[in-house]
Write a protein that binds this ligand. Structure first.
Ligand SMILES: [Zn+2]
Ligand SMILES: [Zn+2]
Length: 408
């Protein structure tokens, strides 16, 4: 295993827009952000904590997992209830601002890939609670940047956790320490990702795509933590999703060279749509119909970059964006994929912009949602009262129905 010695996690997106943290943090001017990023990029600490102490080798499970069975197709626009997971694969791209957090449900099991920033921990835990999730069968922290592992400690403390998959890295930030502490508290160990390993998730499965041993070695030399990103290909029936954290073109090219199957219906665009990811060879190998870009509105990195949007557009890919659309949910029945909203664009540069943000109170017990001033909210038990900020369609997409009294 290679060790990386790094001082900071802020490079790929520790700074976030107002929208990103849903009003929780102030925007930092670009100049200041750039200066801070540059300062924090200095390397060289040798007294670093490591996930490797918590890592354990896994048994290879190559090729043992049957792919999910074919299911009946969804006939119209309506999403199936999100309280039911049998017969569907559900992939939720959470709006955590400038960061990633992806919830996957299949056959009664659940997996979380990343948990956004430190500030978005409660957004993620509330979202999971709103779906009555109490256990995550898998938890993947793609790489040690704060916009991916920031909320992991909250998640680890809030849910029953099964297998934890983390790349081996040495990192000295408080965010990283918080994750280690939470794992230790829960008596959890982490599993190192190994390309070709296959894991079952309900009646779906996922294969580890990255990082390759060589990519991880090179990442340790160059210090590009993004190329340590754990990449997976999730399969359900004949549908597939590829999610590779912030993997950049070096790692993407290694995946293309590996001979692993990359073809997928949906690509979670690498590194928030940065031009350093989604290289042509990788895009051609994945050959997606849909792409999801997870980034913060008006983020200081300029994500997604126009070059990436142009590449996706040229490939005829329909693009969803969490910065413009909020949380986006894809539901696969094994043959067809249904989305919680229409694509933002076909890769064109003119975004639709505004979407209506409201505050609702969700009751995961009754699966009803209310206006904040609804009289029944006051009578709800504290644990059934979940505050949700977003669009009405999002709430309905999550399987909630409007209260008949306050008619939200
Ligand atoms: Zn990132
Ligand atoms: Zn990153």
């Amino acid at each position: 295993m290679n060790r990386l010695h790094f001082l900071t996690s802020f490079f790929c997106g520790g700074l976030r827009s107002r929208h990103a943290a849903r009003g929780l943090s102030a925007r930092i001017p670009f100049g200041a952000a750039l200066l801070l990023s540059c300062c924090l990029l200095l390397t060289g600490c040798s007294d670093a904590a490591s996930w490797s102490g918590l890592l354990q080798e896994t048994e290879g499970t190559d090729g043992q997992i049957p792919e999910g069975s074919m299911q009946e197709s969804i006939s119209d626009q309506a999403l199936p209830s999100f309280s039911e997971t049998d017969g569907y694969l559900k992939v939720h791209f959470l709006d955590v601002g400038q960061g990633d957090s992806i919830l996957i449900q299949a056959g009664g099991q659940a997996m979380l890939v990343d948990a956004g920033t430190n500030e978005s921990g409660s957004i993620v835990t509330d979202y999971l609670r709103s779906l009555n999730i109490t256990r995550l069968d898998y938890l993947i922290g793609t790489h040690p940047h704060e916009d991916h592992i920031g909320g992991l400690d909250d998640v680890i403390r809030s849910f029953d956790i099964g297998t934890v998959i983390l790349p081996d890295a040495v990192h000295t930030t408080q965010t990283y320490e918080d994750v280690l502490d939470a794992l230790l508290e829960k008596g959890l160990t982490a599993t190192a990702p190994r390309p070709k390993d296959v894991y079952p998730l309900g009646d779906a499965s996922f294969t580890i795509l990255s990082p390759s041993e060589q990519t991880a070695e090179e990442a340790s030399e160059t210090g590009d933590l993004n190329n340590l990103s754990v990449g997976i290909r999730l399969v359900y029936g004949s549908n597939a999703f590829v999610l590779c954290g912030d993997a950049e073109s070096d790692s993407e090219e290694a995946m293309v060279q590996s001979g692993l199957t990359l073809k997928a219906d949906v690509l979670k665009v690498g590194h928030h749509g940065s031009s350093t990811s989604t290289c042509s060879a990788f895009l051609a190998a994945v050959d997606p119909d849909y792409a999801v870009i997870s980034c913060g509105k008006d983020n200081s990195y300029g994500h997604p970059h126009q070059e990436t949007l142009d590449r996706l557009n040229a490939a005829g890919v329909s693009v969803f964006r969490t910065d413009l659309q909020g949380t986006v949910v894809a539901v696969s029945d094994g043959t067809n994929i249904t989305w919680s909203s229409a694509p933002e664009t076909e890769g064109a540069s003119e975004p639709s912009g505004a979407r209506t943000q409201e505050v609702y109170i969700l009751n995961p017990n009754t699966m009803k949602f209310h206006r904040t001033d609804c009289s029944s909210v006051a009578q709800m038990k504290e644990e059934n009262r979940i505050r949700f900020e977003g669009a009405r369609d999002e709430v309905i997409g999550m399987g909630y129905s409007p209260c008949g009294q306050c008619e939200p």
